[in-house]
Design a protein around this ligand. Structure first.
Ligand code: CUA
Length: 347
């Protein structure tokens, strides 16, 4: 049977194949470029698979040939190693075949690049600006009535980007500080956002869903947390999302609750709490975006959520719920009043 060396070699190859297969399986659920969910990612994945299969075939033929020749024609007792120098058929084959392959791949790649880089076609259904900044993405929606806010500006969101299924969306990129890179793997396309330079790409999702993305250019301490959540809505749901998002954003600019909002945003509150549509993005405490719609907060210690109860709570949390992580900040009565008035609008 096989010698020890061949058996060791076979063992190593088997282990490598298993490792490769299991790592592929581990990526199956994640944002994975080979699980295309849009035409652009599909174009890239198709090209990838064509090249991958071609590479495997070439590997099998070349390595198979080497192994076959190495065993069959090797020098051994009773046999003199054969020489094939100057074999015209072989020389021509391994010159012409790789040339045809390289040329074919180049043509295919150019075709796909044409498709991928076509951000200005008449098929573009929406244009959104994305600005990278250490360390989050800000998305600006089109100047359409449905995105208009109370102060006359238009909707902007952070981290989350909302589009409709089946719409080709041009994303115009810019960067405020350093180079960032926009990438949602399963949707495809990847482009750097460079300070002082306009770049763009297009995205399109075939199915409703949430797709994970990531800044792909190292941009400092927070790079790994510079995430993108791309939400593709069915067309019928998109307006409902827009109405809710505009409502959230309006809350942040409503002049009636400005004092309370500014007070909240200037204090330590923002370190723990998130309020969508504002700069408050803390993750330690509960999100407060819709706190006024909740039946109770603080694990039931504040119930119902009304002006009196919120006032007691904000003024001295440990007095209401001993052991709570929210400390007494010794706010003035006026500060408490302003903050509570604002919290009551968070519905
Ligand atoms: Cu932004 Cu990495």
């Amino acid at each position: 049977m096989f010698s020890v060396r061949i058996r060791v070699a076979l063992g190593v190859i088997t282990a490598l194949v298993i490792a490769l297969l299991s790592s592929t399986a581990a990526f199956a659920d994640g944002p994975w470029p080979n699980d295309p969910q849009g035409p652009q990612a599909k174009a890239v994945a198709d090209l990838y698979w064509i090249m991958f299969v071609a590479a495997v075939v070439v590997l099998a033929i070349v390595d198979g040939g080497i192994i076959y020749a190495g065993i069959k024609f090797r020098e051994r007792p009773g046999h003199v190693a054969k020489q094939f120098h100057g074999n015209n058929f072989l020389e021509l084959t391994w010159t012409i075949v790789p040339t045809i392959m390289v040329v074919s791949f180049s043509v295919l790649s150019w075709q796909k690049l044409d498709f991928i880089n076509n951000t200005r076609g008449s098929d573009v259904g929406m244009v959104i600006q994305a600005q990278g900044q250490q360390w989050q993405w800000t998305f600006s929606y089109p100047h359409e009535d449905r995105f208009k806010l109370l102060d006359g500006t238009y909707l902007q969101t952070s981290e989350e980007l909302h589009i409709t299924v089946g719409t080709k969306v041009r994303v115009e990129l810019s960067a405020k500080d350093v180079i960032h890179s926009f990438w949602v793997p399963s949707i495809g396309g990847k482009k750097d956002a460079v300070p002082g330079r306009a770049t763009e790409l297009w995205i399109q999702a075939d199915k409703p869903g949430t797709y994970k993305g990531q800044c792909l250019e190292f941009c400092g301490d927070g790079h790994a947390d510079m995430l993108i959540t791309l939400v593709a809505h069915p067309v019928s749901d998109y307006d409902a999302w827009a109405v809710a998002a505009v409502k959230d954003a309006n809350r942040a600019i409503d002049p009636l609750t400005k004092v309370g909002r500014d007070t909240f945003l200037s204090l330590a509150c923002v370190g723990c709490h998130t309020v969508k549509g504002t700069t408050a993005g803390g993750k330690i405490g509960p999100e407060l975006t819709h706190v006024a719609s909740q039946k109770s907060i603080a694990g039931g210690a504040v119930s119902p959520v009304n002006e009196d109860n919120l006032t007691r709570w904000v003024k001295n949390p440990p007095a209401v719920k001993p052991g709570t992580k929210m400390p007494n900040y010794n706010l003035s009565d006026q500060q408490v009043h302003d903050i509570v008035q604002w919290l009551l609008t968070l519905k």
